[in-house]
Design a protein around this ligand. Sequence first.
Ligand code: SF4
Length: 381
Amino acid sequence: MDTFETRWRQLDWDDAGLQINAKTPGDVERALNADRLSRQDFMALLSPAALPYIEPLAQRAQQLTRQRFGNVVGFYLPLYLSNLCANDCTYCGFSMSNRLKRKTLDEREIINECEAIKAKGFDNLLLVTGEHKTKVGMDYFRRYVPLIRNYFSSLMMEVQPLSQQDYAELKTLGLDGVMVYQETYHEATYHRHHLRGQKMDFFWRLATPDRLARAGIDKIGLGALIGLSDNWRTDCYMVAEHLLYLQKTYWQSRYSLSFPRLRPCAGGITSASLMNESQLLQVMCAFRLLAPDVELSLSTRESPFFRDNAVPIMVNSVSAGSKTQPGGYASGTPELEQFEPHDNRSPQEVAQMLLRAGLQPVWKDWDHYLGRVSSSGSLCE
Ligand code: SF4
């Protein structure tokens, strides 16, 4: 069956980078005035030529966001279930070659975490694990996803890519969405950074959103790890190609986008292409103009200053008070973090920031506030 791989093979990384860099102020102005962006328009908004236009770009992005989503911003929290991993990624503290204490939460510890997170007011949860299919695979998910689902009205996952059949089963157990970041769409760079384990298979990962959509998973999250390849503009363009392919092929699924930049971690590498905060803002605004209805999400990887500025412009969901190690909420265990969060403010402090910006923080399933229908077909509770 056809997957995004076919489209990916038609795309030329170097040519896309050259086209983006060749865009002119006139191309940017045309894109800013377009009702609907073409691929060329999107390239113009990603290009260096668009940086002087950040103000009108942000205004347009904000206008579209308020039109489509109103004033609400959803809150979610990641729950790290395990830091076991059978892969070796050059940029991640959980890599199997890193000597660190490994921890996988058992039933009692999961309950403790769920209760601690509920006590903070969160109702949208993102389950995160390293990628270890024998110890934290389908048996583990079968046992604990229904338990966790009882606590939360919306459940997303960021774990190893699974088969279509596994995703279909997890949907019946209460899974609403899956985040799967390609890390980079440049195959040679991908192989340089994924040294051992199943994650070495670039194409298995690339086809994961296809399997998710075919399994009927309601929400699919995409993104690239910005700074891994030596051209973040081209990687962001490839994310857009992936999104456009999925929207056309599986129109019944919903999509979300995240923009993680490399953060320091134990044994980690430094960025091959630095993206500063103005450029991150530019990219996020460009995606809002390309895909006005797609959810844009922003994690605590970014600074308080950036989040305070970006969220009111185009962001739909934020994390706050995140811990990136298993057991981080209930017991504050000192296991190694996957990465250092940059925004260490409490959820209440972030909620206050939103209120000051005239936005409504939403702790429950925020799709409900927009009258969206859940994966089960009924309005969310
Ligand atoms: S990025 Fe994911 S797969 Fe790679 S080492 Fe970290 S947890 Fe494992």
